[in-house]
Write a protein that binds this ligand. Structure first.
Ligand SMILES: [Zn+2]
Length: 133
């Protein structure tokens, strides 16, 4: 199996996913377990009809956790994920029921977070995102 560290059982249709995003998640998930004993769950993968990266199978929404989703601060998830550098674009979602991240492999570097009202705030560096209020 190509992605032994990914919760493949949580995907709708793995065949719709781009290999690059799966490779990235596989390596990230391996490191999450090795360094912090973090598990992961998948919030959203391929979305048919989506005009963005999810519709191309190039994006994944995920949550790292220890015992249950929500128990690892989203800022810690973000710092770990951007530090590992496998996703070109990373979004931070502090207002999901279980706060987590979006990662994709679109050919540009971009970071963002979504506030409680659903507004997106973008930055060219992770540091810009970490100054969110
Ligand atoms: Zn997403």
């Amino acid at each position: 199996m190509r992605w032994p560290h990914v919760r493949l059982d949580l995907f709708g249709d793995i065949n719709e996913m781009d290999n690059r995003v799966m490779d990235a998640l596989n390596e990230l998930s391996f490191e999450a377990v090795r360094r912090y004993a973090w598990n992961h769950t998948i919030n959203s993968d391929f979305r048919a009809g989506d005009t963005g990266q999810h519709g191309a199978g190039m994006a994944i929404d995920f949550v790292f956790f220890e015992k249950k989703p929500g128990d690892v601060p989203v800022i810690d998830q973000f710092i770990f994920t951007v530090g590992y550098g496998r996703f070109r674009r990373v979004g931070l979602y502090p207002h999901w029921k279980n706060p987590g991240l979006h990662g994709d492999v679109k050919d540009e570097t971009l970071y963002w977070w979504r506030d409680k009202a659903g507004k997106y705030h973008y930055g060219q560096t992770p540091a810009e995102i970490l100054t969110w209020k």
